[in-house]
Design a protein around this ligand. Structure first.
Ligand SMILES: NC(=O)c1ccc[n+]([C@@H]2O[C@H](COP(=O)([O-])OP(=O)(O)OC[C@H]3O[C@@H](n4cnc5c(N)ncnc54)[C@H](O)[C@@H]3O)[C@@H](O)[C@H]2O)c1
Length: 408
């Protein structure tokens, strides 16, 4: 079988690609790498049954060709994360609505089964426990950009159901509740990688709001099994399913557990929503899924509790932070350029001497930023703001080697 995965270089998309390759299928992944990354699919890139297309789903010709040659479409590509939605509302709305409509139009042209990724955000401010698929959606004002993500995903659901009802296109809709695991990035507000990164750097762990709000977390490996099982199940067509965890935990408790698991000296700091996002920002107090429906139809099971998930994420982030690089070094000035930017310590050393590092990346997105590092004579250690992930790219200077080590 040939599977087309939109957003295939993203967090969930990369695990799904791996699972389908393992099962012996052929995978075509399209991704514009806006929030996804080649690092996520690095082990797959050489695989003969994996094909990566670096393009946007908004490219009609490319989508037409890919849809025509694949048997099933898994549509995961979307503008994701509250921060991104607030910072880039126009682009996000366009991707989530126009992009999904194009995917459905192409799917319908070739009559291909299509899986649509939706979100628990569609329930909006409804804090009923647990939430089932037929529950009310309660949204705040359109003045608050955060609600546009929920609204665009709800529109995707309406569109998919309209294609199913009027054109009999086989669609399956799934609402993911917080799905987590190694590889997820904290750059756009995802809470677990953000807390773990802060804890590993011994920075304050920043809890937005008073920390009493609760969430559940699902391991990405379980979610991927759920997606595949639903796609294989003919009775899933035309239906909406929640997928989510069952252990409800306050964000304050989550912060404490992250601190404990990492052995961090970070303090836990509370930041008002108005400062973290925007004036008037609204959040849900509780968000717990009712997963009876998916359980009745397929063998869906949550295999990891929060502590098991945290252990996996911490192990992954530790390895990521501990990469190192060498470069040649001339007089005393060194230019270091890095990708991405949410703050990280690093040290620079050359034999007995070390350098103080200063500089801040200019943008929260993946754009390039740089800073100049001056050698500080001998033996003092150096630490400053750097990047949270991605590669260090070093340039400038000639002469002896310099070690640059990324540290938690
Ligand atoms: N992870 C979660 O907790 C969660 C919760 C609810 C819903 N979802 C949904 O699951 C899906 C996957 O999310 P994820 O967590 O893997 O996030 P992700 O950001 O890692 O994945 C989205 C992928 O889509 C790609 N993309 C964005 N715009 C694109 C475009 N125009 N063309 C091609 N590719 C594009 C991104 O580069 C990224 O790789 C999304 O639809 C998201 O809304 C995720």
């Amino acid at each position: 079988m040939r599977i087309l995965i939109t957003g295939g270089a993203g967090f969930i998309g990369s695990y799904l690609s791996e699972a389908y390759i393992e099962r012996g299928e052929e995978v075509w992944a399209i991704d514009d790498l806006s929030t996804g990354s080649l690092d996520n699919i690095a082990p797959l890139l050489q695989h003969p049954r994996f094909h990566f297309v670096n393009d946007t789903i908004l490219n009609r010709e490319v989508l037409l060709e890919l849809t025509g040659t694949c048997d099933v479409i898994v549509h995961l590509a979307a503008a994701v994360g509250v921060r991104l939605i607030i910072e880039e509302p126009l682009k996000s709305i366009h991707t989530n609505v126009v992009g999904t409509e194009l995917v459905l139009e192409m799917a319908n042209k070739f009559r291909k089964k299509t899986f649509i990724a939706s979100t628990s955000e569609v329930y909006g401010r409804n804090s009923k426990v647990p939430l089932n698929e037929d529950d009310q959606r309660i949204y705040g004002s359109t003045v608050l950009a955060r609600w546009s993500y929920a609204a665009t995903k709800a529109m995707d659901e309406f569109l998919a159901l309209a294609y199913y009802r009027t054109k009999q296109l086989p669609v399956i809709i799934t609402r993911f509740f917080n799905t987590v695991g190694p590889r997820q990035t904290g750059r756009y507000g995802m809470v677990i990688p953000r807390f773990v990164g802060q804890a590993l750097r011994n920075d304050p762990i920043t809890v937005f709001g008073d920390g009493s709000q609760t969430r559940t977390f699902t391991y990405v490996g379980d979610v991927v099994k759920g997606i595949i099982a639903l796609i294989d199940e003919p009775q899933a067509v035309g239906e909406i399913f929640n997928i989510g965890g069952e252990e409800e935990i306050t964000i304050d408790n989550l912060a404490s557990r992250v601190k404990a698991v990492t052995g961090s000296s970070s303090r836990i700091e509370h930041i008002p929503y108005s400062e973290a996002y925007q004036e008037g920002f609204e959040d849900m107090e509780r968000r717990v899924p009712d997963i009876t429906k998916i359980r009745r139809l397929v063998a869906y099971r949550n295999t990891c509790d929060v502590d098991a998930i945290l252990a996996k994420v911490v192990e992954f982030e530790r390895t990521r932070y501990l990469s190192s690089a060498t470069m040649s070094w001339g007089n005393t000035t060194l230019r270091i350029t890095w990708a991405r930017s949410t703050g990280e310590s690093m040290s620079i050393s050359q034999g007995a001497s070390s350098a103080a590092a200063h500089g801040k990346a200019k943008s929260r997105r993946c754009s390039w930023s740089s800073a100049t590092f001056q050698a500080a004579g001998s033996s003092t250690s150096a630490a400053e703001t750097g990047s949270s992930c991605g590669r260090w790219i070093l340039s400038g200077g000639n002469g002896s080697a310099l070690n640059v080590r990324r540290r938690p």
